[in-house]
Design a protein around this ligand. Structure first.
Ligand SMILES: Cc1cc2nc3c(=O)[nH]c(=O)nc-3n(C[C@H](O)[C@H](O)[C@H](O)COP(=O)(O)OP(=O)(O)OC[C@H]3O[C@@H](n4cnc5c(N)ncnc54)[C@H](O)[C@@H]3O)c2cc1C
Length: 318
């Protein structure tokens, strides 16, 4: 049994640095058992392949270095993965795993379709080589899924697995032949949100604001607090819909899924759709003036207070 993990890249740094989400995915692969191989597909990815070879627990790194794979265009990468799996034969790849990131969610459904198997999406635990747990109904229930597919195609919710060490391994690196460009799509450009603060899904501390913030300017209170904590700033959908902050800050069912060491929810009521994006955080702190707010049911520490008093005071104490 061999598990193939598809390496992802840091946003905006394609072909330069491996995304930490890859390390969580290798952790899930290790729990499945057998050998773990990592596919690094991209353009000028030699350095990335070397970094991948150092990941703890990886036996082999396959490198497909070709312009066709730049920016992980799924129309080109999916057939590459399918060819690898089929060529590996009956004793070859039993599982294909990718993090449930934008790239993973773009590539793996195509792989599953081409292999004619069901994809198992966003697993949060590995019960055995064919049985996995995944959240359904926005995290309100956990389904245990057993697959009889010959090849299991799986996206991994990274918050469910502690990352393996990025150093310490010594995998072999093997270049593989590239298939021709499918010519179905091309990369035109990207616009990236720039921030000096950590990226929301990778931050150890997240401070999020909701409708209670009142307006976008009041988010400055949260930015001041976040800067003292080295935190990323998130928001509820109500705050995004009201135009207080851009939608790449949204945490929740239809936003980003985060599981930091510390999550501070400010002026957020705690709707289930918001909880779906943050309830796996290690420590949850809620500041809300309504002591009945549902957020207090998931909070480890709750402060019933007006945020306009509590947040500046907290920042000044820090
Ligand atoms: C299909 C679907 C998907 C959704 N996806 C998401 C999602 O991804 N993320 C998400 O967040 N929501 C999502 N929602 C919306 C969700 O249902 C809630 O409407 C939303 O989370 C509410 O945001 P809120 O807590 O900021 O606002 P509210 O529920 O209005 O809560 C504001 C809170 O601020 C408190 N407050 C007000 N003033 C102060 C003050 N001065 N000091 C302290 N506290 C104060 C109030 O007591 C209140 O608890 C989704 C909804 C649907 C139907």
């Amino acid at each position: 049994m061999t598990v193939l993990v598809i390496a992802d890249f840091l946003q905006g740094q394609e072909n330069a640095a491996i995304a930490p989400a890859t390390l969580n995915t290798v952790a899930a692969a290790a729990e499945i058992g057998g050998d773990v191989h990592v596919l690094v597909a991209g353009q000028a990815v030699g350095g990335v392949a070397e970094a991948a070879a150092k990941i703890a627990g990886v036996a082999k790194v396959l490198v497909a270095d070709n312009a066709a794979y730049a920016h992980l265009l799924p129309e080109n990468v999916a057939p590459l993965i399918v060819a690898l799996v089929l060529e590996s034969g009956a004793k070859g790849y039993s599982h294909v795993l990718a993090p449930a990131t934008t790239n993973g969610k773009n590539i793996l459904p195509r792989v599953a379709a081409l292999l004619d198997v069901d994809q198992i999406s966003e697993i949060i635990s590995v019960e055995s080589a064919n049985t996995f747990k995944r959240p359904i109904y926005a995290g309100n229930a956990i389904a245990t899924v057993q697959s009889s597919a010959a090849i299991k195609v799986i996206t991994v919710r990274t918050t469910g697995f502690d990352p393996v060490a990025a150093e310490g391994g010594s995998a072999s690196v093997e270049a593989i032949a590239a298939a021709p460009d499918a010519g179905k799509s091309k990369f035109v450009g990207e616009e990236l949100a720039k921030s000096d603060r950590p990226e929301l899904t990778a931050a150890k501390v997240v401070v999020s604001g909701g409708r209670g913030m009142g307006n976008g300017d009041n988010f400055n209170h949260l930015y001041a607090l976040a800067d003292k904590l080295g935190a990323a700033v998130g928001a509820s959908r109500a705050a995004v819909d009201a135009g207080f902050v851009p939608n790449d800050m949204q945490v929740g069912q239809t936003g980003k899924i985060v599981a930091p060491q510390l999550y501070i929810a400010v002026g957020i009521s705690g709707a289930i759709q918001h909880l779906a994006g943050m309830k796996d955080s290690k420590v949850i702190v809620a500041i809300n003036k309504d002591e009945e707010a549902p957020i207090f049911q998931v909070a480890d520490y709750g402060l019933v207070a007006d945020l306009f008093d509590a947040v500046p005071e907290l920042a000044s104490q820090l």
